[in-house]
Design a protein around this ligand. Structure first.
Ligand SMILES: NC(=O)c1ccc[n+]([C@@H]2O[C@H](COP(=O)([O-])OP(=O)(O)OC[C@H]3O[C@@H](n4cnc5c(N)ncnc54)[C@H](O)[C@@H]3O)[C@@H](O)[C@H]2O)c1
Ligand SMILES: O=C(O)[C@H](O)CO
Length: 386
């Protein structure tokens, strides 16, 4: 049994007990819970990643629901503890839920919530930021200036990659991948090639329409192409951004062999999950190809980087901040809380997890529904008709 953990309690006499394993941005998520007669217990322990034992101690012997984090191992042990405590509601404060054993949750009839949609543009904006920063060697140039090394303008100083008219590649053209693709096409007039298991029809229509607009104005139209394989994207694109889910089909999707088919001066960006890239192979590729550049927000062994990565000047590395805007993180907290609250109150599941704006309007009460439950069908939850 882990030692008792530090907690902050809201509405101590609430009928339902909801635990949050981390303090989360904003207060709307707390108010929405306490207004519905929940006692909210927030773990304030100064420990970045809680262990299974820590969370079992938090759950205790009476708990109606838990809001957890992507850094936590939500499997049989935690869902068993939550079920024994009388709880059937869990939500990740994240859209990705590869840290959750959904089959284990199904065995205990626990709903698994996630937070899609609210973080789409914020995440895509960081992927675009890393793309441009890598293309124009911003971090290297900043360090050069701060190091007092600048002696005046030079023709070859920090020459990087032009984006306009080049090809942007997207692996995983879902919500975020499509938003990123549009930013790079509409913002930098790049041509798109994407690979996904499903056709990104809406994205294709946007790019077609933008191309027609440019042509009507006497400019070179942009184009799109759906690749028949991931390698086709890696071979043709100048900038490639990874936005698939992490599952057994995308683990080490980018490896030594796929890196070898990429252009020697290509840019690779990863704002999905670290294990989508074989990071050991990436470090070797960066060492052997100084003109190849990466922008990484996620890492295979977070919070650690594989040996050598931190020394690479052709790598930009940031600590999993792609969804880190105030509005977005407060919205994620709200969606996660409403997933748990909705399950506790017996609400149906929202019919479109790609459109969650109704839950984010601070001036009106949220719909009486769970924004996004990934195993709703498996545990027989009804879908809202709202
Ligand atoms: N770095 C961050 O802070 C951050 C923020 C948000 C999301 N994410 C990650 O991004 C992922 C995507 O989020 P989303 O909202 O766009 O999800 P999404 O479900 O809308 O899109 C994921 C896409 O990946 C595609 N895909 C699945 N397997 C594939 C494969 N083998 N090859 C190619 N494509 C494949 C799916 O068809 C889908 O279109 C999340 O699962 C999460 O892990 C990271
Ligand atoms: O999956 C997610 O939502 C991110 O990794 C955190 O925002």
């Amino acid at each position: 049994m882990a030692k008792p953990v530090q907690i902050e309690v809201w509405n101590p006499n609430g009928k339902y007990r909801v635990v949050s394993t981390k303090p989360m941005p904003g207060t709307r998520w707390i108010n929405l819970l306490i207004q519905q007669d929940c006692r909210v217990e927030i773990c304030t322990q100064n420990k970045t990643i809680l262990s299974v034992e820590d969370i079992i101690a938090l759950i205790g012997d009476n708990c109606d629901g838990v809001i957890g984090q992507l850094t936590e191992d939500w499997g049989d042990a935690l869902f068993s503890a939550l079920s024994k405590a009388g709880g059937k509601a869990f939500s990740n404060m994240a859209v990705g839920y590869n840290n959750v054993d959904v089959n284990a949750a199904n065995r205990y009839g626990v709903a698994v919530g996630n937070t899609p949609g609210v973080l789409t543009e914020t995440t895509a904006e960081l992927a675009a930021t890393l793309s441009v920063a890598a293309a124009r060697r911003i971090v290297e140039a900043d360090e050069f200036m701060r190091g007092g090394l600048y002696e005046g303008w030079l023709p070859h100083l920090f020459v990087g990659n032009l984006l306009k008219g080049q090809t942007v590649g997207v692996i995983g053209a879902g919500r975020i991948g499509s938003a990123y693709a549009r930013m790079m096409v509409e913002g930098f007039k790049m041509n798109l090639i994407y690979y996904d298991l499903y056709q990104a029809t809406r994205l294709e229509k946007f790019v077609t329409a933008y191309g027609q607009f440019l042509k009507a104005n006497g400019e070179q139209p942009v184009t799109w192409k759906r690749a028949s394989s991931m390698d086709e994207v890696l071979r043709e694109a100048d900038v490639i951004s990874l936005h698939p889910v992490l599952d057994k089909t995308t683990y080490h999707l980018v490896n030594k062999e796929s890196l070898a088919v990429m252009k020697k001066e290509a840019i690779l960006v990863n704002c999905s999950r670290g294990p989508v890239i074989d990071e050991v192979a990436l470090v070797e590729h960066l060492k052997a190809n100084p003109m190849f550049r990466v922008g990484l927000d996620v890492f295979e062994d977070e919070p650690y980087m594989k040996p050598g990565l931190a020394d690479m000047k052709n790598a930009i590395v940031v600590p999993h901040i792609a969804s880190a805007s105030k509005w977005t993180r407060e919205g994620m907290a709200t969606l996660a809380a409403l997933n748990v609250l909705g399950k506790i109150k017996g609400y149906p599941i929202w019919s479109n997890p790609n459109s969650v704006e109704a839950f984010l309007d601070e001036n009106s009460p949220p719909p009486a529904a769970c924004p996004s439950i990934v195993n709703a069908k498996a545990i027989g939850l009804p879908v809202s008709k709202l």
